[in-house]
Design a binder for this molecule. Structure first.
Ligand code: ZN
Length: 144
């Protein structure tokens, strides 16, 4: 086991520490729309009756792409230089009855991806800050 302290990349994104981490979103009590991350106002009906809700930790792959260059900071908080940047997979995972989440895809090669692939939430190391390991969320194929 690692002795690094693990801290989430941002507060309020996912439950942590947790054995079964879940993304933290919000749900409109007026029209039922979901958002991730949490929002105060509903993107569908514009009301402000959003309540915090835990999102499903499994879903299906909806679309994907390769992030082949370093994204702008912020919001990207990964390695600072092009030299240490490695391309990664990005996609949208549809959580049944909730919404589509933009996410990194891990433990998979692009050739293995297909529409509707069953995916599950996983918390992964993102970068080191001294004795602290910053962790982020990602999705990976459900092992079967
Ligand atoms: Zn609404």
């Amino acid at each position: 086991m690692s002795t690094l302290e693990q801290v989430p990349i941002a507060e309020g994104l996912f439950t942590w520490p947790a054995e079964q981490p879940q993304l933290i979103g919000s749900r409109c009590s007026s029209c039922g729309a979901h958002t991730f991350p949490r929002q105060k106002g509903c993107p569908r009906c514009s009301r402000t009756e959003m309540e915090e809700t835990l999102l499903a930790s499994r879903g299906t792959l909806w679309t994907w792409t390769t992030q082949g260059f370093r994204p702008k900071s912020p919001p990207y908080g990964g390695p600072e230089t092009e030299e240490t940047f490695t391309p990664f997979l990005l996609g949208y995972v549809e959580l049944p009855g909730q919404l589509k989440v933009e996410t990194r895809l891990v433990d998979v090669e692009i050739e293995q991806l297909r529409l509707g692939l069953a995916m599950e939430l996983v918390i992964v190391p993102f970068r080191r800050e001294g004795d602290t390991e910053v962790v982020a969320f990602a999705f990976r194929p459900v092992a079967d």
